[in-house]
Design a protein around this ligand. Structure first.
Ligand SMILES: O=C(CO)[C@@H](O)[C@H](O)COP(=O)(O)O
Length: 206
């Protein structure tokens, strides 16, 4: 079975104040999917609620701690409320790329918000990817796995070959976090390797 190419522009480059019309414009111009880069920091609040005194004592330390340990990428962009709002204006396939350290926390909210695809990062889900994939599918979304430029391609093989596998691999050709970065051509070796090994697998390249 031949693999059909799809075009999925990243909405990160759009005018967020006019997201619905930007989405419509992309679909009119021939986009198959809309790629939604999700970078949020949902678990910051409980960290700060430990106690007021605790917070005062280690405020500066925590700022540092949160930056290092809670952010998967050094940016904040689209979150679940944006997906929910956009869904009211489009029937398009919303291809959500989760650049977060805790993707399991987003399965339910994103499904409710109207996400179509749910792609998580292999770097943060090594111990529980199977549970995550099961839940994504149970919630009616399509699971994908993404990997950063420095992550060896072999790390996604178990997820593609598992009993309940992912349905797409997203090969990052830039460090996740920002749009408009310089393409890293060396990452294309991973795409070639994947295509050779899995002739019908959906491979997303960004
Ligand atoms: O995941 C990411 C960035 O983290 C990508 O989806 C970029 O958003 C691609 O942006 P362009 O450079 O293609 O505009």
């Amino acid at each position: 079975m031949a693999v059909e190419p799809k075009i999925a522009p990243s909405m990160l480059s759009s005018d967020f104040a006019n997201l619905a019309s930007e989405a419509e414009r992309m679909i009119q111009l021939g986009a198959d999917w809309l790629h939604m880069d999700i970078m949020v920091l949902i678990d910051l609040l409980p960290c700060y609620m430990v106690s007021l005194q605790h917070m005062i004592n280690i405020f500066f330390f925590f700022d540092l701690f949160v930056d290092i340990h809670r952010h998967f990428v050094p940016n904040l962009t689209i979150g679940t409320p944006v997906i929910e709002s956009l869904r009211k204006h489009t029937k398009a396939y919303l291809d959500c790329h989760l650049m977060v350290t805790n993707p399991l926390d987003y399965v339910e909210p994103l499904a409710k918000a109207g996400a179509s695809g749910f792609t998580f990062h292999v770097e943060v889900t090594k111990e529980y990817w199977q549970q995550l994939v099961n839940q994504i599918k149970m919630k009616g979304m399509r699971p994908g796995v993404a990997l950063k430029p420095g992550t060896p391609i072999e790390e996604v093989y178990p997820l593609v070959e598992g009993e309940n596998p992912v349905e797409m691999v997203l090969v990052m050709t830039v460090e996740p976090g920002f749009g408009g970065q310089k393409f890293m051509p060396e990452t294309m070796d991973k795409v070639r390797t994947l295509r050779k090994k899995y002739p019908t697998l959906d491979i997303e390249v960004r």
